[in-house]
Design a protein around this ligand. Structure first.
Ligand code: EPZ
Length: 430
């Protein structure tokens, strides 16, 4: 089993390029099958989740041609099967986007219930409520969602909770429904806007993405497009916090600084300098960080996907901090792993009271999910001595060449798959 092994203590210094946004890519790849023409998707991150989704759409008959590591041609004209069954598809959350895409295009879909990171109960009732409002009959049978509509029509849909997945899924189906749909209290995340822009570039008629009401006028067909995915603001934020926790100086390139405002502002609050450029941000942490309070919220609030990373930085900050996770109920468990490294936190419900320590010390810890895993990498980079992280498959779901990018900033980190390789790393870096 692969592990990351890290010798901590080096401040991260240098420049790093951010890949395309995983969560935008997942919506876009599913939406790409909604036309019979060929679609070119560029700036695609080469991560496990996007590769699993590509394998799934290939399996139902779409032609998928990877022309470079970061560009793919997709043609959905030969889709023969509206039943998605793929050995991996249950593992990824975004498999649910195939319900919206197939229902919109073929008015029928059969997709296994989604898996994904274990960060809470993660229901999809809002997605299904939206499809039903549009005239679809939706049933759960033998672990799969069956959706079918004789007449898929526009509807007025109010989301009780702000949901990224429900917003994107309903928006996709509504693009090819008859008439007008409005989605109220929808998510405003940059990836929602990116999927809407992609669909519009295929001829859809979506207005208001990025606000809390999206209006869609259904069209009969979508057409070819060439589209480049936005940069990943969570990958960017992870490197920004890695710079902060190691007291480094990192220029994070190929980003949209506007998407990083919540992260940048917290970093400044805890004592970092953050300089914005047109498509880059530089984070300098010249002194020990100071504690603060943070609560996760839907965009433009502080992202839940950046909560473990700030939690690690605050564990090293001066003073006490309060972290409140208001989106998912199971996203503070990384603090138990961090405790093995000397972190001090008291968790009550969805709140963690973190007492900053002067230093963390390396230990063997486990990546519990994607962002929890990335946060433990940050902890390992900042800690004294050797940290090993198990279950890095979770981290590889969403970070492209994470270890390589970190090494380019001066980190001592490698992937090892045996005790012998781990010993070799320890000797080499000791
Ligand atoms: C997306 O998950 C992201 N995943 C998550 O990224 C991210 O953490 C999350 O949005 C919040 O930003 C993808 O884009 C593939 P939600 P999603 O629907 O769509 C409740 C990462 O690390 N809810 O916005 O599944 C839900 O329980 C990941 O990259 C319902 O009650 O999240 C949660 O409390 C992990 N009913 C809240 O809404 C529903 O039908 C927000 O969830 C749907 C959601």
């Amino acid at each position: 089993m692969d592990q990351y092994i890290i010798r901590g203590g080096n401040p991260l210094v240098g420049e790093v390029d951010i890949s395309g946004a995983k969560n935008a890519a997942l919506g876009i790849l599913a939406a790409a099958i909604m036309t019979d023409d060929t679609v070119l998707v560029e700036n695609l991150p080469d991560v496990r989740d996007t590769n699993v989704l590509l394998a799934a759409i290939e399996e139902i008959g779409a032609k998928v041609e990877r022309i470079t590591r970061h560009a793919v041609l997709i043609n959905g004209s030969k889709i023969s099967d509206i039943c998605v069954e793929n050995e991996y598809i249950r593992q990824i959350r975004a498999s649910y986007y195939l319900i919206g895409a197939l229902l919109g295009k073929y008015k029928r879909a059969e997709v296994p219930l989604p898996g994904g990171c274990n960060i809470g109960s993660r229901p999809i009732d809002l997605h299904l409520k939206g499809f039903r409002a549009m005239g679809a009959k939706v049933e759960l049978r033998h672990g799969s969602i069956f959706a079918e509509a004789e007449h898929l029509h526009g509807a007025h849909i109010f989301l009780d909770t702000v949901s990224v997945g429900a917003t994107i899924n309903i928006m996709m189906a509504a693009c090819m429904a008859e008439g007008n749909t409005s989605i109220e209290n929808c998510a405003r995340e940059p990836h929602v806007v990116d999927v809407a822009n992609f669909l519009n570039s295929m001829g859809a008629n979506i207005k208001g993405a990025g606000t809390d009401v999206i209006r869609i006028r259904g069209v009969e067909r979508l057409h070819a497009t060439e589209y480049s995915i936005i940069p990943d603001q969570i990958e960017a934020g992870t490197f920004m916090f890695a710079a902060a926790a190691t007291r480094g100086d990192v220029m994070v390139r190929n980003v949209i600084p506007k998407h990083l405002e919540a992260t940048s502002s917290k970093l400044m609050e805890i004592g970092c300098e953050v300089e914005e450029f047109d498509s880059a941000v530089r984070v300098v942490a010249a002194r020990r960080l100071s504690g603060t309070n943070v609560k996760t919220l839907p965009y433009p609030g502080y992202p839940t996907d950046m909560q473990p990373q700030i939690g690690v930085a605050l564990s090293l900050a001066q003073g006490t901090s309060i972290v409140t996770e208001s989106i998912f109920e199971n996203r503070l468990k990384y603090l138990d792993e961090l405790a093995r490294m000397g972190g001090i936190a008291k968790v009550e419900g969805n709140t963690a009271i973190i007492t900053g320590v002067e230093k963390l010390t390396g230990a063997r810890v486990q990546a519990l999910d994607l962002r929890a895993g990335a946060a433990l990498v940050i902890a390992g980079l900042a800690a004294e001595g050797i940290t090993t992280i198990d279950d890095i498959k979770f981290i590889q779901r969403g970070y492209e060449t994470f270890d390589e990018k970190l090494r380019s900033l001066g980190a001592e980190i490698e992937i090892v798959s045996s005790e012998k390789q781990a010993q070799k790393f320890i000797l080499k870096t000791g």
